[in-house]
Write a protein that binds this ligand. Structure first.
Ligand SMILES: Cc1cc2nc3c(=O)[nH]c(=O)nc-3n(C[C@H](O)[C@H](O)[C@H](O)COP(=O)(O)OP(=O)(O)OC[C@H]3O[C@@H](n4cnc5c(N)ncnc54)[C@H](O)[C@@H]3O)c2cc1C
Ligand code: SF4
Length: 338
């Protein structure tokens, strides 16, 4: 009888890894540390570039594993120890406080990313000013209709908060915030046409199929105003307004915008416990704590340890389509050990 596979993390990467293994008639244990599947997509209103409603899409993804006889989902669970080798691992899982040991042939790590709280950026007023929110909080405001109150108002979207920052953030680019900020501005214009959307950017990085056109649509069809310049400060004006101060680096002039809401596109960072899980699994991380590929170009889903595969945004900031594709690819690699 072939060994079971283990998938760690029930976001879109983990769901697709588990579903792919199950389709190949393999038994899969899917370990999810929270009480629900879906990961960060649970907090998403719509997906770029098609602007599909994210929640029905996610429900379809969850259904692939929820009613699948080959997939056993363990919620509120975490892997606490791994011994043995590829094809023959012994894995201890803490399931709701009870420890169980499973014989596992291959492991797919799909534990995702954490969304950085921009607490170190006091100049932007996050948590101090009511009208400064993160992009993730903005997604929820779109979902529950809270953005309607910006009827006739100004909303400023601020790029690169905590990313591309040598001093107090991460040196890397979070890769998808240019595109999701355009999505946020378009959603504002679609749902509250009288509102004005302003995007403060350093440069635009929208490298994916349809992404460049999506940004162009934001500018040309939805009249979103793109202002090139790093925001230096957000100042309380009273009367529920803030002043966004930046320098327009195209013309070298300072820019000030009175805004009703400021949305900070904060960095995608490794999970807080990513090093801990790496130690349990015996795999390497990169300088930030994302999981390191065996060879980043040629072996993108293999970790530094044989039989342990990687999928999704636990390796780097990634969008959904790449996370899904990696989940399926990691599952295919895993088949050879089962
Ligand atoms: C504001 C915002 C907007 C976005 N908009 C878009 C968009 O429009 N289109 C798009 O393509 N992408 C978008 N993204 C990116 C998208 O969220 C990611 O691509 C996607 O969530 C990655 O899926 P994942 O499965 O790799 O990770 P996650 O979604 O992070 O899922 C990881 C799962 O693993 C679980 N987990 C973590 N650690 C453990 C552990 N030790 N043991 C067990 N389980 C664990 C977590 O609880 C979670 O369920 C957006 C991201 C943000 C922040
Ligand atoms: S994707 Fe865009 S907003 Fe995000 S860090 Fe990179 S350049 Fe900045």
């Amino acid at each position: 009888m072939s060994k079971k596979a283990l998938v760690i993390g029930g976001g879109v990467a983990g769901i697709n890894a588990a579903a792919e293994l199950a389709t190949n008639d393999k038994s899969v244990i899917l370990v999810e540390k929270t009480g629900k599947l879906g990961g960060n997509v649970n907090d998403m209103a719509a997906t770029f570039p098609e602007l599909d409603n994210a929640q029905p899409l996610l429900d379809d993804q969850k259904a692939k594993v929820e009613d699948n006889d080959n997939v056993e989902i363990k919620f509120n669970s975490e892997v606490t120890s791994v011994s043995g080798k590829a094809g023959d691992f012994k894995v201890e899982i803490n399931e709701n406080g009870d420890k169980v040991t499973e014989e596992i042939g291959a492991v797919v790590v799909a534990s995702g990313f954490n969304y950085m709280e921009p607490n170190d950026y006091s100049e932007y007023g996050y948590k101090r000013l009511d009208n400064v929110v993160t992009s993730q909080e903005y997604e929820k405001m779109v979902m529950n209709g809270d953005i309607k109150k910006y009827d006739g108002g100004n909303v400023a979207f601020v790029h690169c908060v905590g990313s591309r920052d040598q001093v107090k953030g991460y040196r890397y680019c979070s890769k998808i915030c240019c595109t999701y900020s355009a999505k946020h501005a378009i959603l504002l214009k679609e749902k509250v046409p009288s509102a004005n959307a302003f995007v403060f950017y350093i440069d635009i990085r929208a490298l994916g199929k349809g992404y460049e056109e999506f940004i162009r649509d934001a500018i040309e069809e939805y009249s979103v105003r793109y202002i090139r310049g790093r925001v230096s400060k957000v100042i309380n004006q009273g009367n529920n307004k803030v002043l966004v101060k930046a320098e327009n680096s195209l013309i070298g002039d300072p820019v000030e915008l009175e805004a009703d809401l400021v949305v900070l596109a904060s960095a995608m960072e490794p999970q807080k416990n990513s090093e801990e899980l790496a130690n349990v699994l015996g795999i390497e991380t990169d300088e930030y704590g994302f999981y390191k590929e065996a060879q980043s170009n040629m072996e993108p889903v293999k970790s530094s340890k044989e039989g342990i595969l990687l999928a999704g945004s636990c390796t780097a900031p990634l969008e959904i389509r790449e996370s899904v594709a990696m989940g399926k690819a990691a599952a295919s690699e895993g088949l050879s050990y089962l």
